[in-house]
Design a protein around this ligand. Structure first.
Ligand code: GLC
Length: 729
């Protein structure tokens, strides 16, 4: 009787208290007071997939969450066991990697970031959340917000690129999109910012490798997007596999407790990455799995994904006083709070509605949004003599390349429930765009990875028949993503040879790139007239590329990662330090490679349009900025071409002299504007002293008096320059 009355109390409390949060806290504490140690540990245990044995554990209250259990029916079946057959009826949390769409696959995150369109990115995640929650999912292991400066690292595909300012704006948008305004809404998908932290700083771009960076670099480069995700209300974080300067993140109390909860006041929960607690043994900081469990819990990892560490050892660790009851309770409290916030106690089957699953997934509206997002993720890298956009009345068009008719790779890595049969490939999109008046010839020409030129003859043959050659090359969808590091980021196989051969025909050639990372293709960049970066664009690939190729959408995307000329130039990123000998190509004794131009092939923020833009009249509201003041930075941007277009206006700052070295440029603002031919707009940015702060010699977050340079322009390497003084009084 006691439990029943208490359980009833749990359900009526929320309607009697002033603040929902304090009511949730009271309900959590009431439930906690009923739980055995095994049931408490159970809330901290997550496994991938179910089994008869795991259903028994659910019945015993010894599993609190699953990943990779999908679908209204499958989740309902397991949830029923938890809420109808377990002693305390605590609902399960179902997680899944919804990284760029659930069934309607959107462009990979590195692509959508190139839109610099925060509202568009948020909307894409709202759609992903609508579909995932229709299929039983409560929680996505996304957004991945790792800053990445090394394209050898395959997971660069999953994030927003190399810049903390843009990365922070994108992280917050993704969290808002996933979670929506109210976690109790049936379409709210709990977000999980990952991988906390600095996973993208792996030495050599080798996945899971050592990260050895200064605290200043950690805090100024890698942490800001996580802070932005937390400030946007992310309900969870996932700690990373890697160590940072000797401390693996899964055992890093400074990171997971002092910074995350002490400084940032994060009140959600932390889940480990897959077996990352178990990997503390490989890292050499835990002698056995029990020690790993103790380290993880004490550091601030609340839930153990697939390591068996908490499940098998936390109760014993408690009995042996290696963890305290309050440490255990605090972790359980965080997980239970999330379940209450999601409304799972009132409605454990909220996402198990087969009708929604049939109705809300892969709808025409979702496909249309995917197409719009894909269009805006495309980056025009080169367009000599305005070869593009192509005419729609071409007599003959040759489409060549191993990715031209590919439906699998275009989904990219981590494509959740996206299916090849849902994809419009390039060839299909172009054919749909052109009438029967254009003869479209197609051949693969070569494979993606297997070096072979046997298909060249046919490729050259159809190229010679064509007015224009479109060649679609790049990586397979599984050459980026997790555990996909590459020592060579040139075009794989014999694809560059194919492009060279096609260029040799003298026909106008358009290269379409499909890739999950920056690639190094210096010869193509110097010799082929038109190059379009399309990343992996998802289900609407072919339509979006055709929209751009034939001018129905004027490309507006800009790179969020620098492209190196060759692999050996990595790492190359825009917000680098000046050094004591900045590179000068004509001067040997400077910081540079002797066998290479030292600028990137394409810089951060770079992207062209079918029109042109001019920048003029850069002005500041004052020459001196003082504490508690704002500085207005204004510039006029004009569309100097003959078609409408969008421009992403970027503001960079440089702290000329400080008590530590400072980056040569830092992005401090961006605005995407649309301009008709001949139209001008006055664009304004607001800078505050807070925007200028950095961690000084004593790791104090501060801004020093002195001169700052400002750059406003179309990318990180060009623009108008001005400057101002910051005065401390
Ligand atoms: C993986 C990834 C992580 C993912 C998790 C669950 O190993 O590192 O990003 O969310 O496992 O699939």
């Amino acid at each position: 009787m006691k439990y029943k009355s208490l359980l009833i109390l749990l359900f009526i409390l929320p309607f009697c208290s002033a603040s929902a949060q304090s009511s949730i806290d009271r309900r959590v504490d009431s439930l906690l007071s009923l739980m055995t140690v095994d049931e408490k540990v159970g809330q901290l245990v997550q496994y991938s997939g179910t089994s008869a044995q795991r259903k028994t554990l659910v019945r015993q209250g010894r599993i609190g969450s699953f990943l990779n259990v999908l679908g209204a029916n499958s989740t309902r079946e397991v949830q029923r066991i938890a809420v109808e057959e377990s002693r305390l009826r605590i609902p399960l949390l179902f997680g899944f990697d919804v990284i760029h769409g659930y069934r309607t696959t959107f462009p990979i995150p590195l692509a959508t970031a190139c839109s610099w369109d925060i509202a568009l990115i948020e909307k894409a995640e709202r759609i992903a959340a609508t579909e995932a929650t229709a299929a039983g999912v409560h929680w996505t292991f996304s957004p991945m917000v790792d800053i990445a400066r090394d394209p050898r690292w395959g997971r660069i595909a999953e994030g927003a690129g190399e810049d903390p300012y843009l990365g922070s704006a994108v992280a917050a948008a993704r969290v808002r999109g996933f979670q929506g305004p109210n976690l109790r809404s049936p379409t709210s998908l709990l977000a999980c910012a990952k991988h906390f932290a600095a996973y993208g700083g792996a030495e050599g771009g080798r996945d899971y490798n050592t990260v050895d960076i200064s605290e200043r670099t950690l805090r100024e480069i890698y942490l800001p997007p996580f802070k932005a995700a937390v400030d946007a209300g992310a309900g969870s974080l996932m700690c990373s596999f890697n160590e940072i300067a000797g401390m693996p993140s899964s055992a890093n109390r400074t990171l997971l407790t002092d910074i995350l909860r002490g400084e940032w006041k994060f009140d959600g929960f932390v889940v480990s990455d897959w077996n990352s607690i178990g990997e503390l043994l490989q890292h050499g900081v835990a002698a056995d799995l029990k020690e790993a469990a103790v380290l993880g819990l004490k550091a601030g990892v609340d839930m153990d994904m697939e390591a068996d560490a908490y499940h098998n050892h936390l109760a014993a660790a408690l009995r042996e006083d290696r963890i305290t009851g309050s440490e255990l309770d605090e972790a359980v409290r965080r997980v239970l709070r999330a379940k209450f916030q999601l409304g799972l106690f009132e409605n454990p089957y909220r996402n198990c509605d087969i009708g929604r699953e049939r109705r809300d997934i892969l709808t025409p509206e979702h496909r249309e949004a995917a197409r719009k997002t894909a269009q805006r993720s495309i980056v025009l890298l080169k367009n000599q003599n305005n070869l593009l956009p192509l005419r729609k009345d071409l007599k003959t068009l040759a489409i060549i390349g191993p990715l031209a008719d590919d439906k699998e790779s275009t989904l990219g890595p981590w494509h959740a429930m996206g299916k090849p049969e849902d994809v419009i490939p390039v060839l299909g999109g172009i054919k749909a765009k052109l009438g029967s008046g254009t003869k479209v010839l197609f051949t693969r020409g070569c494979e993606i990875e297997k070096p072979s030129m046997s298909g060249f003859t046919e490729a050259l043959d159809i190229a010679r028949q064509a007015d224009v050659v479109v060649v679609v090359v790049g990586e397979s969808g599984q050459m980026s993503g997790e555990a996909e590091s590459r020592s060579n980021i040139g075009l794989p196989g014999s694809q560059e040879d194919l492009v060279r051969a096609l260029q040799g025909t003298g026909k106008p050639v358009v290269v379409i790139l499909m890739n999950g990372r920056p690639l190094a293709f210096e010869w193509i960049a110097e010799n082929v007239p038109s190059i379009v970066e399309t990343w992996f664009l998802g289900v609407e690939t072919g339509n979006a590329i055709a929209d751009v190729l034939f001018g129905d959408y004027n490309p507006s995307g800009k790179l969020t990662t620098s492209f190196p000329r060759v692999t050996g130039q990595v790492p190359v990123y825009y917000n680098h330090k000046n050094t004591g000998r900045p590179p000068v190509d004509s001067v040997k004794w400077t910081s540079k490679y002797l066998d290479l131009k030292n600028s990137p092939l394409y810089p951060f923020g770079y992207g062209l349009s079918y029109t042109t833009f001019s920048y003029s009249q850069l002005a500041l509201s004052a020459k001196t900025l003082k504490p508690a003041e704002n500085l207005i930075v204004s510039v006029t941007v004009k569309n100097t071409g003959n078609r409408s277009g969008e421009e992403i206006v970027q503001l960079y700052a440089r702290d000329e002299v400080a008590n530590v070295t400072r980056p040569s440029r830092e992005l401090k603002g961006f605005q995407k504007i649309s301009l008709a031919p001949g139209e001008s707009k006055r664009v304004h940015f607001v800078l505050t002293p807070e925007n200028l702060k950095f961690y000084d010699r004593d790791m104090k977050w501060t801004v020093e008096p002195g001169r700052f340079s400002l750059y406003v322009g179309p990318n990180s390497a060009e623009g108008l320059e001005t400057g101002f003084h910051y005065s401390a009084q």
